[in-house]
Design a protein around this ligand. Structure first.
Ligand SMILES: CC(C)(COP(=O)(O)OP(=O)(O)OC[C@H]1O[C@@H](n2cnc3c(N)ncnc32)[C@H](O)[C@@H]1OP(=O)(O)O)[C@@H](O)C(=O)NCCC(=O)NCCS
Length: 207
């Protein structure tokens, strides 16, 4: 398995990456922003993405997006092909894209929003902390990316204060505070997620 910083030669993988994201969103049933092949293609070309290949076969992908004039970067679109899951590949991709973010944008805060426990676990291990959305970028272009998520109405209803996703932030200025490797409290996370779902989704059906 090779982890490579993507370039123009990987544009041929844009379709399968987009399809894998769409299929996974259907299976999970939770919201994931859609990413068209054209959108993915741009990310493959601009030197800010990591692709995992098993020979010629697509195995995984993640990209960096820059927001708020480089004050923030997000590591987005993490996807591992179903054939390669549960082998530590997402963890390796996350680590590589995190390192690339730190190399290319050393002063930026790194953030992500996720409904996934796996992603929360990996982010914790890299030093991210859960935060309210007010701590994340206010760049409207970032939040526009949520428009294709099926929960977008919740984000609008709460005036972008909260949604089913949890915001997580790595602040490079706080990095000196070397903490013990932290672990997600999976039980608490699942409970919080279910509270949010019953609160927001129930409200929706009552409207
Ligand atoms: C989520 C995803 C990227 C994980 O990929 P993976 O290569 O199977 O993950 P890894 O094997 O590297 O596992 C990393 C950690 O997450 C945990 N994990 C993996 N899948 C999980 C799941 N479905 N639920 C809870 N934890 C999970 C692993 O146990 C591991 O934790 P550990 O270090 O404590 O053992 C992959 O399932 C995927 O592409 N899903 C669809 C897209 C998606 O959900 N993307 C995230 C959008 S927010």
């Amino acid at each position: 398995m090779k982890l490579i910083i993507a370039n123009k030669s990987h544009v041929k993988y844009a379709q399968i990456i987009s399809d894998t994201i769409t299929e996974s969103a259907k299976v999970r049933g939770t919201g994931i922003a859609k990413r068209t092949p054209e959108y993915i293609q741009k990310r493959l070309e601009n030197g800010n993405a990591v692709i995992a290949l098993d020979g010629d076969k697509f195995a995984g992908f993640c990209y960096i997006e820059v927001w708020g004039h480089e004050k923030f970067v997000a590591n987005s679109g993490l996807i591992v092909h179903p054939d390669y899951r549960n082998q530590g590949l997402a963890k390796a991709i996350k680590k590589r894209i995190f390192e690339l973010s730190r190399e290319k944008f050393p002063d930026a805060k790194i953030f992500g929003i996720t409904t996934g426990l796996a992603v929360m676990k990996m982010n914790y291990e890299l030093g991210y902390k859960p935060v309210t959305f007010s701590e994340l970028t206010d760049d409207p272009e970032f939040w526009k990316g949520c428009q294709t998520c099926k929960n977008f109405d919740i984000l609008t209803r709460t005036e972008r204060k909260m949604c089913l996703c949890t915001g997580m932030l790595y602040d490079s200025n706080a990095k000196e505070k070397k903490v013990e490797k932290e672990q997600v409290n999976s039980k608490a996370f699942k409970r919080l997620k279910s509270i949010k779902e019953s609160l927001f989704l129930k409200k929706k059906t009552n409207e």
